[in-house]
Design a protein around this ligand. Structure first.
Ligand SMILES: [Zn+2]
Ligand SMILES: [Zn+2]
Length: 348
């Protein structure tokens, strides 16, 4: 089979690999589509770890192609997405359903081969723990590949405890900021306020449902957010850009007793100064979120086909031979999500 592999920071190649044969408890998928995450780009830049030689790709949709001995929970030919986190099932996070914080967690695309290849071998542990999730016929697999980033977004919204009628400020309108816009919009969050320096992205945020879009270079963001929220500040702020300089300003736009979620990952080994009295007297909750629980994957699959504009999130599509271009287009900030797609798999 053809596979894209991560060799070292800055080095992604397309190679021949032996097509895997599923052993006991394992499942093989024929990959239909796998989308590139900003965290893959961070691996490429050397900011985040991945095993050299691994097949990247943790945002995966495909068709069950072969079953290992003893597998009864999924059937051949089923269209599925994969929750890519391999968990122990017995640590204190796993037993309360917070699989994404598992103490022994491994992740497809970083520690184990992921979806940028014609076939994916799903480890027995993932199959056993229900991480191979069927999707409905109405959800095309290229959109289903967005289940992982959309589930991460749902996890962010859950953690910030916002729902219909809550106000949300989103810092950054890259693919993940825009996913926050459309998922929050679908959940009835209002107003949705977006701060983004790139005009084209502000226009997309507006078109996809943001009530107010701000240019941090020219607008008074603090005044505009307060003005849009009755003078209080936003109930929640999602920081979707991993820039240290943007952390402290989020404190100025959240309301007292509001929540700030550091959704993006940051370049390592840097710190951020802020006045802790703002957190103390404002009773502000600072949190982070990363990946999602299995239940959030399930809920994402249930809602995804009904999220307007989700089909517009992928702008750059490549076949496997051009997989490395998925990285270079993201690095150049060309378009939104990049997808490696395998023709004909979803129609089979
Ligand atoms: Zn991702
Ligand atoms: Zn665990």
């Amino acid at each position: 089979m053809r596979a894209t592999i991560f060799e070292a920071p800055g080095k992604i190649s397309v190679v021949d690999r032996t097509t895997p044969t599923p052993g006991p408890g394992e499942v093989r998928l024929r990959v239909a589509a796998a989308s590139l995450c900003n965290s893959d780009v961070r691996v490429y830049r050397g900011e985040k770890y991945a095993l050299p030689g691994v097949v990247p790709g943790h945002e995966i949709a495909g068709v069950v192609d072969a079953l290992g001995e003893g597998v009864t929970s999924v059937k051949e030919g089923t269209r599925v997405v994969v929750c890519p986190i391999v968990t122990c099932g017995h640590c204190r996070f796993c037993i309360v359903g917070r699989q994404n914080r598992c103490a022994e967690r491994k992740t497809l695309g970083y520690d184990l081969d992921g979806g940028f290849a014609e076939y994916l071998l799903v480890p027995a542990q993932l199959v056993r723990s229900g991480h191979v999730l069927p999707v409905s016929d109405s959800l095309p697999l290229d959109i289903a590949a967005l289940t992982e980033p959309a589930a991460c977004t749902l996890s962010s919204l859950d953690l910030m405890q916002i729902s219909a009628g809550s106000s949300l400020a989103i810092v950054g309108a890259g693919p993940m900021g825009l996913l926050h816009v459309i998922m929050a919009k679908a959940a009835g969050v209002s107003p949705i306020i977006v701060s983004e320096p790139v005009a084209e992205r502000r226009a997309i945020a507006k078109r996809w449902g943001a009530d107010l879009v701000l240019d941090p270079a020219t607008d008074n963001v603090v005044a505009a957010v307060k003005d849009a929220t009755g003078g209080y500040g936003a109930d929640a702020v999602a920081l979707t850009v991993g820039a240290h300089a943007l952390v402290a300003p989020t404190i100025d736009i959240v309301r007292k007793q509001g929540v700030i979620n550091m959704f993006a990952g940051f370049p390592p080994n840097q710190t951020v100064p802020f006045d802790p009295n703002l957190v103390h007297y404002g009773e502000i909750a600072l949190t982070g979120s990363q990946n999602a629980t299995l239940d959030q994957y399930r809920r994402t699959i249930a809602m995804l086909a009904n999220v307007p504009h989700i089909d517009e999130v992928v702008t750059n599509r490549y076949d496997i031979e051009h997989g490395p271009e998925a990285y270079t287009s993201r690095l150049a900030m060309d378009g939104l999500k990049s997808l490696v797609q395998f023709a004909g798999v979803d129609e089979a």
